[in-house]
Write a protein that binds this ligand. Sequence first.
Ligand SMILES: Nc1ncnc2c1ncn2[C@@H]1O[C@H](COP(=O)(O)OP(=O)(O)O)[C@@H](O)[C@H]1O
Ligand code: SF4
Ligand SMILES: [Mg+2]
Length: 371
Amino acid sequence: MTLLEVRDLTVSFNTADGVVQAVRGVSFGVDAGRTLGIVGESGSGKTVLTQTLLGLTPGADISGSARFDERDLLQLTEEEMRHIRGERISVIFQDPLTSLHPLYKVGWQISELIRAHDKSVSKKDAAERAVELLSRVGIPRAERRVNDYPHQFSGGMRQRAMIAMALALSPQMIIADEPTTALDATVQAQILDLLLRLQRESGTALIMITHDLGVVADIADEVLVMYAGRAAEKAPKREVFYTPHHPYTKGLLESIPSSSAAGDRLRPIAGQPPSLINLPSGCKFHPRCGYVMDRCLSEEPDLRQVGESGFHNSACWLPAGAAGLSEEAEELREEAVHEERGEAAAEVAEAVAADVPGVAVVGIEGEGAAE
Ligand SMILES: Nc1ncnc2c1ncn2[C@@H]1O[C@H](COP(=O)(O)OP(=O)(O)O)[C@@H](O)[C@H]1O
Ligand code: SF4
Ligand SMILES: [Mg+2]
């Protein structure tokens, strides 16, 4: 059952420098008990997208809809939203210190959260529940650690405490916004395991936001790849990993250390993310794309169905059949580029090839050439 259905969400901010087009027409759904991974470089609009759903982007111009359990989140009053946030949808941030108050004991913060949403719970019951939650997220000797202050917890323990808080009111959905980015690799893996286990146990839907496609590999059912405020590709996880269509997704895969897509060497993505105030014309990825064709410079592609499953969508002008990392797929892409790249796109392709030696750019000889 679809728990959250976001349609054509657009979010912009008026700033002194111009209008920041942070999210531009994004649609997706999340089913109960499933995990959606939202992936993209820093600045691609991932946080704005999800914060907007929770009414946490004051001053933004917002359009579209976000149906959650029969109601449109974008139409709720602040009072109605207060009951959604925490109770029905909770959030875990990258830095737990933005959510844990430094001057109050961890256990007290959890029990107060419980009592703030349900006054009928006694202080004693809420305190017991805090111990229970902390031990559920793997904090050893929880009955003692409830009396610690946040600074007495390690980074990993604080993130566990944040997860305990997120679970405290048994929400239907958890949004985890780069929850492991600040942690070292071992702790990161432990926290992801924990989230996955808790999600399975409780049947909570999870939106996992990350700039790291590797994180999504472990945890997501569906994946939404964001680029410059839009969905570049949207598909079940397997298809994103084995038959990516959008060159940006392919670039992300090739830049995961030790992935099969990367092969024996890593290929970083050329160039920098675009300014969201002065977006490039046409496909927003074109200044960085090794397959750039003439129409990419002037026409922005919408998401359309590619591949064979019926659930795989990509916003790219390359032929729908050109999905995957196989030689056949690469040949299809090369053919399309050969036919559709004129002088204008050739110039852009040269610039992409010159930017990062080793980046695959179809049709360009030399250092940056595709093999
Ligand atoms: N309140 C705001 N006012 C103006 N610009 C904002 C505001 N919040 C976010 N932005 C801009 O929106 C863009 C998307 O940001 P964000 O969603 O945080 O990216 P991500 O989470 O993918 O790293 C960025 O360019 C950011 O600077
Ligand atoms: S081939 Fe064109 S449409 Fe596809 S990602 Fe590259 S620039 Fe964009
Ligand atoms: Mg973010």
